[in-house]
Design a protein around this ligand. Structure first.
Ligand code: P6P
Length: 315
């Protein structure tokens, strides 16, 4: 089986860029080990808990962030870390060429019910600044901590899947992900329907109408509430993920974060032949104004994303 180092060596990318992927893979292996035993060690996904000794527990997303930062500090190719868990970027004295933006433990509120969560990351050229559009990403990926620990990565042309084996190595299990152009499975938090705009309501109503409506085919709905889990399903078997702007999130610009959730996922989906949009423009074209900027996200099978865009085009 092809290991991650073998695969990276075969990619036509700068060795130092490849080393950033190696660093994030190593961090994800360490995070996976912590998560696997968290219930036994008394750690939870939520902030503010204390352990049996009454000691304040660092929530697992802070622990995950610490692990990522520790690994990043050991790679002289990386000079900047932007993290959902840090108000400000960390500038590392190595002054390397690369910036990593990460959500070190996305979906952590699902940990206590043993649902797949993940580490999402984006790689940029640090010399070009913090606020670059997703189209400038040099690479992206996520680790999914589920029944298996998967690492899904791209440098742009393809999105490949690696699975952690019992020797602590990531081995190639899918050479090239390909999102089906058409699909009949949508992922949205339907409890928010009262906040939705007309385009979201219109698209979901068409899907719910199934074969009796304009979509002309029966749809299914899946919402795990963990972006990594929902997006991984879509990358593997197709579908569409929607966290649109709604009357409650509009004041913040959306729910999900641009630099370290929407952009890396949009690059992976594009590498797999899918599409992403805010509803009005490609996610990858959004020029950030803040490192923690939020953005509406619709991504997945190209035909379904186009159907959402058609609803937004109706105004
Ligand atoms: P809701 C997890 O908190 C997260 O940031 C994403 O992983 C997930 O897709 C979304 O929020 C879930 O949102 O509205 O279902 O709680």
């Amino acid at each position: 089986m092809t290991t991650l180092p073998d695969w990276l060596a075969a990619q036509s990318v700068d060795a130092k860029l490849a080393s950033v992927m190696t660093t994030m893979a190593a961090a994800s292996i360490e995070i996976a080990a912590v998560l696997r035993l968290a219930a036994i060690t008394g750690q939870t996904g939520l902030a503010g808990h204390t352990n049996v000794q009454g000691e304040d527990q660092k929530p697992l997303d802070i622990i995950s962030n610490d692990i990522v930062l520790q690994h990043i500090r050991q790679n002289p190719a990386i000079s900047v870390l932007v993290s959902e868990e840090l108000d400000e970027p960390v500038h590392i004295e190595n002054q390397g060429a690369y910036l990593v933006a990460t959500d070190p433990l996305d979906g952590s509120s699902n940990l206590d019910v043993n649902v797949t969560v993940g580490t999402i990351f984006s790689i940029l050229d640090a010399r070009k600044g913090l606020l670059q559009p997703g189209s400038a990403q040099l690479g992206a990926g996520y680790a999914a901590y589920g029944p298996a620990t998967s690492l899904v990565i791209t440098f742009g042309p393809v999105a490949a899947v690696f699975t952690l084996n019992d020797d602590g190595e990531f081995v190639l299990t899918t050479e090239q992900l390909s999102v089906p152009q058409a699909s009949a499975e949508y992922a949205i938090n339907t409890a928010r329907e009262r906040f939705w705009d007309a385009a979201t309501k219109g698209y979901v109503a068409e899907s719910v109408a199934g074969e009796t409506g304009p979509a002309g085919k029966r749809h299914n709905m899946r919402w795990i509430g963990s972006m990594v889990a929902d997006v991984h399903r879509i990358l593997v078997r197709g579908g569409i993920f929607l966290y649109p702007l709604d009357s409650e999130t509009i004041s913040k610009g959306g729910r999900l974060r641009l630099l370290y959730e929407a952009n890396p996922m949009a690059l992976l989906v594009a590498a797999a032949g899918g599409r992403s949009t805010t509803g009005r423009q490609s996610v990858l074209d959004v020029v950030p104004t803040d490192i923690h900027q939020r953005v509406p996200v619709v991504l997945g099978s190209a035909e379904e994303v186009a159907r959402v865009e058609a609803w937004y085009a109706k105004g």
